[in-house]
Design a protein around this ligand. Structure first.
Ligand code: SF4
Length: 285
């Protein structure tokens, strides 16, 4: 038997095992995304595509495949927990309380801290205007973050409406609760202290503060677990179906911009133009 002249491939010729493809970057979400998805997943998707187009200068199409039928409700279930406690009146700030953060783009907030109790400018100068939670891929801007004299830290979200407006409207109140829970998580990630609750403060702008009040939205392990599951569900949803409903579509900004083919009504321009001025800023201490 004659030996073959064929060259035996050396170890060097063995093709290398291709490297594993990089893990896809986790989709970044904000409290606003979670609220919007709870209302209508397609609205969140249109927002995302629109902002990505502006940022990159390239046309980014929404994920929702053409021909996807509309849905009757969002797949996201409401968060667990007791209904938030409603407190009429002012949120009192004491002399030992500190303002840790304030959204620098919110100029109409009716809550003022004296300069010696405010660390907000220093925080923004050092860390930027947006609170970031890199481990969860969450970022956003509560209106305020307050630390009480006893060490309790909590976010405050300001709404112009009065305390009892829409109080019995199931959906409207849930939007505020979702936002407060996501903001509590941001506070937890940034300051390393778990808030017991987030505050939604209703300033009653149209009524000059006559019917102002606030709610405390509980935050703990059940809400944290719910939020984590909600963010996974949103990221896994590559359809993001529309939930057309008059109460959704009339306040939907992609509808205002003519982006939605599922809209069941017009954007309520009148409502948007008639927004009242915020009340005079007042001291709460
Ligand atoms: S117009 Fe209605 S259906 Fe379309 S994205 Fe907005 S809320 Fe959803």
């Amino acid at each position: 038997m004659q030996a073959s002249n064929a060259t035996v491939p050396s170890a060097l010729t063995i093709p290398p095992v291709p490297a594993a493809p990089p893990a896809p970057a986790v989709e970044h979400l904000s409290p606003h995304d979670i609220v919007t998805y709870f209302r209508c997943p397609h609205e969140m998707e249109l927002h995302r595509a629109q902002h990505l187009s502006w940022r990159t200068g390239q046309a980014v199409l929404p994920l929702t495949p053409t021909g996807t039928p509309p849905s009757g409700h969002s797949p996201l279930s409401p968060p667990p927990g007791e209904s938030a406690d409603a407190q009429p009146g002012r949120l009192i700030i004491g002399i030992h309380d500190l303002l840790l953060y304030q959204d620098p783009d919110e100029s109409g907030l009716p809550i003022l801290f004296p300069p010696e109790q405010s660390h907000a400018h220093a925080f923004v100068r050092q860390h930027g205007a947006t609170l970031m939670d890199p481990s969860w891929g969450l970022s956003g801007r509560p209106d305020l973050v307050v630390r009480r004299g006893d060490g309790q830290v909590f976010p405050v979200e300001y709404k112009e409406t009065h305390l009892w407006e829409g109080y019995h409207e199931h959906h409207g109140r849930f939007f505020d609760v979702l936002q407060a829970i996501a903001e509590c998580r941001l506070v937890e990630a940034v300051w390393g202290a778990t808030p017991r609750f987030g505050v939604v403060y209703y300033g009653d702008a149209a009524g000059g503060g006559e019917r102002e009040g606030w709610i405390e939205v509980p935050y703990g392990a059940p809400q944290r677990d719910w939020l984590q599951a909600a963010m996974s569900l949103i990221r896994a949803d590559r359809i993001r179906a529309a939930v057309p409903a008059e109460r959704n579509c009339e306040h939907c900004e992609p509808n205002r911009d003519g982006l939605c083919r599922y809209a069941c009504g017009s954007f309520d321009q009148h409502h948007r133009n008639e927004r009242p001025e915020p009340p005079a800023r007042r001291r709460f201490y």
